[in-house]
Design a protein around this ligand. Structure first.
Ligand SMILES: [Zn+2]
Length: 99
């Protein structure tokens, strides 16, 4: 559904003109596409950031001691927790919201 920018009436996506006041609703359509795109970009950035943090955290937690950095284990597990939270939060906020 596309909201008319002039009268606020809901219109079908396919219609180029508002069914209520005959104003072109192309602008509103473009706006909602931009909004969907923005939401996808946020979701992607959030997921990539979450996976990256989780990956770095896992490497630090599992191999930190082997690399001569035993103190990095705690930091690694912290990063894993933060990464999973970022991942889940971005999926909930930007992924499921649009459905
Ligand atoms: Zn209208």
């Amino acid at each position: 559904m596309v909201k008319c920018s002039k009268c606020g009436a809901e219109n079908q996506m396919e219609g180029a003109y508002c069914s209520n006041c005959s104003v072109p609703v192309v602008g509103g359509q473009r706006e909602s596409l931009q909004e969907a795109h923005r939401s996808r970009v946020r979701l992607m950035v959030g997921v990539i950031l979450g996976v990256l943090l989780t990956g770095i955290g896992l490497v630090l937690a599992l191999f930190g001691a082997d690399m001569g950095m035993p103190e990095s284990q705690g930091l690694g597990f912290g990063l894993v927790v933060v990464g999973v939270i970022v991942l889940v939060a971005s999926v909930i906020l930007f992924g499921w919201m649009k459905r």
